[in-house]
Structure formats: C-alpha cells, structure tokens
Design a protein around this ligand. Structure first.
Ligand code: CP
Length: 322
C-alpha cells in the first residue's frame, strides 16, 4: 500500500512538469519510468492499442535536424492515439522567419497544444522555452551541446536492462565529449548512482571541460581519462561511442576534424563478453559497419528501440494521463 501511494505521488508529480535535464531525476523517478517503459514494451510487443493520449496534441518544434528523436516522439504520441503538430525547420517555416521572438513563438504555439517538444541549437533554449510557456510542459529534445535528457533515459534504461543495475558499473565513453549532449546527459544520469567508474576516451581537443570533470567527481562518479583504445579496461559493462559533432565547430573545415576513436572488429576484441556497445546515433565513421552484427552491438537493437516506449511514458506522464 505504502509503495503504491509512493508510486502514485511520483506519477502525479510529473503532471505538467518540464523535462529539461536528466539532473532533475532521482533514482525512484528513473525506476518508475523504467517500470512503465517495460509495460509500454509489452503493449508494443502484443500489438495492443491504447487510447492513453486520446484528444491530446503534442507540438514537435525542431530547429535542428533529427531522424530518431523526432520520429520516435511522433510515433509515441500516435501509438497512444494522440496527435502531433510537426514543425520542422521553424526558422524558415514559422513566423520566426518574420522576426517573431523565441518567447512569443512558444506562447503562440502553446495556445494550440498540450505539450511542446523542442530541439534547438542553443544551450539553454529548452529552459528559455519553459520560462516563456505559461500553460504547457516543455520537453528538451536536445539543446545544442547542452543536454538530451530523453536520450539519456533510453541509454540508462538500456544499460539497466542488460546489467540489472545502474551502480557499480564500469563504462567507456568515447568521441566528442566536449560537444556531445548525449554524453553530458548520460554522465549526469550515471552520477545519480553510486560506485560508477567511467573511462573517457577522446582527442585532447574534445575532452569534457575540466569544470565538468570536477563536478562529476564531486558527485561521486569516478572518472579516468585515457588516450588510446589499449587503455580500455577489460570487461567494461558498456562502451558508449559518439561522433564528432562537426555542426558545433565554428567555420567547420573537414581537414581540422580531430582524430577520434574508432571501433573496428580489432578494437572490439578489447570488449568483454558482457560489454554492450552503444551509440546514440547518427554514426559517421566511428564504428565500422562490420561491428553492427556483433550481438553485443545495441545501437540498432535495444538502445534505439527503447526510444519509443520511454517517450510514450514521458508524454503520458507530463500530460497527466497515467
Ligand atoms: N540520437 C539522436 O538524437 O538522433 P537524432 O538526431 O536523429 O534525433
């Protein structure tokens, strides 16, 4: 009974809430979302329909390109019989093109919707949208090099499904640690749990800023910076690879893209039998396609598939439908 009441209180607490950062979650809220996502997966597996989001409208406001996040939010709403207003490239297709301010745009859009999911190139833009909105919750679908909290939820859920815990883990996070928003959110999420050790592998130019490094250490996350693949610890629970975020480089010059770690079938030999290989995608050249068929490679399996149930849960929670 006590547990049921606790769960009800947690669920009620989500209604109308903005989802801006993974740091706003704690362990009970994460495990609640995972339990509900498991139920959503069952619903999807059994091909059962649900009217949980009937008569709701979610606006998908994407100032930056997206394949996965956009389509899985759209699918999440529609699988639960909700609808979406899809606004892609609003700098050209909305009244932003006429000079309307960001805040006024959010206030105009919230008039016709129950929730706004926003992706934008500027760090802090989702917070700005939340500050502007009077009536509807805002979900951050990626704010520049800042955060990507819904990706972190699916990443943490994937690790949890495979290893049945989120503490005492050894992980490797590689690639663009400076600009990768999924990395920032995942590190924040892992720092909510105890005794995790994360090895960071990147070129010098793409390391996480020292201040963030110290912040995570203070939170109890043990961070070890390594310089080459041969320094990867044996039997890590997960490898999390990312691409170099060239769109964040000013005056991008392809020749100046720094050296970055690549998983080839040879590098994969350094992984343990239980190591899962993750990537938020899109992948450019940092994981060789030959790795895709390895049963430990989750980026085209459970990791990407978890986007839909996690977003079905989140929309249902913030819209007060669970
Ligand atoms: N992982 C991710 O955010 O992918 P998209 O940019 O395609 O949405």
């Amino acid at each position: 009974m006590g547990k049921k009441l606790d769960a009800t209180a947690l669920i009620n607490g989500f209604k109308g809430q903005d989802i801006l950062s993974i740091a706003q979650f704690d362990q009970p809220r994460l495990f609640l979302i995972f339990a509900l996502a498991k139920q959503m997966k069952q619903l999807l597996l059994k091909n059962k329909s649900s009217d949980l989001l009937e008569k709701t409208i979610t606006t998908l406001l994407f100032f930056e390109p997206s394949s996965r996040t956009f389509s899985s939010f759209a699918a999440a709403a529609r699988r639960l019989n909700g609808t979406t207003i899809d606004i892609l490239n609003p700098s050209q297709t909305s009244s932003v093109a006429k000079g309307e301010s960001f805040s006024d745009t959010i206030r105009a859009l919230e008039t016709n919707t129950d929730c706004i999911v926003i992706r934008h190139p500027e760090i802090g833009s989702a917070q700005k949208a939340a500050d502007a909105a009077f009536f509807v919750p805002i979900i951050n679908a990626g704010d520049g090099a800042g955060e990507h909290p819904t990706q972190a939820l699916m990443d943490l859920f994937t690790i949890y499904e495979h290893h049945n815990t989120l503490q005492g883990l050894t992980g490797v996070i590689a690639g663009d640690l400076l600009n990768g928003r999924t990395v920032h959110s995942l590190l924040k999420g892992l720092s909510l749990f105890e005794k995790n050790t994360i090895y960071l592998l990147s070129s010098k130019q793409l390391r996480i800023p020292r201040v963030d490094w110290l912040h995570f250490q203070n939170k109890g996350l043990k961070i070890v910076e390594i310089e080459k693949e041969s320094d990867i610890p044996k039997n890590a629970h997960f490898w999390y690879w990312t691409r170099v975020q060239t769109e964040r480089f000013k005056n991008t010059d392809v020749k100046k893209i720094p050296e970055h770690p690549v998983i080839t079938t040879t590098v994969l030999e350094l992984a343990g039998r239980q190591t899962i290989i993750m990537h938020p995608l899109p992948r450019i050249d940092e994981i060789h396609p030959d790795v895709d068929r390895d049963p430990r490679a989750m980026y085209f399996r459970s990791q990407i598939q978890n986007g839909l149930p996690i977003r079905m849960v989140l929309l249902s929670l913030v819209l007060g439908k669970i």
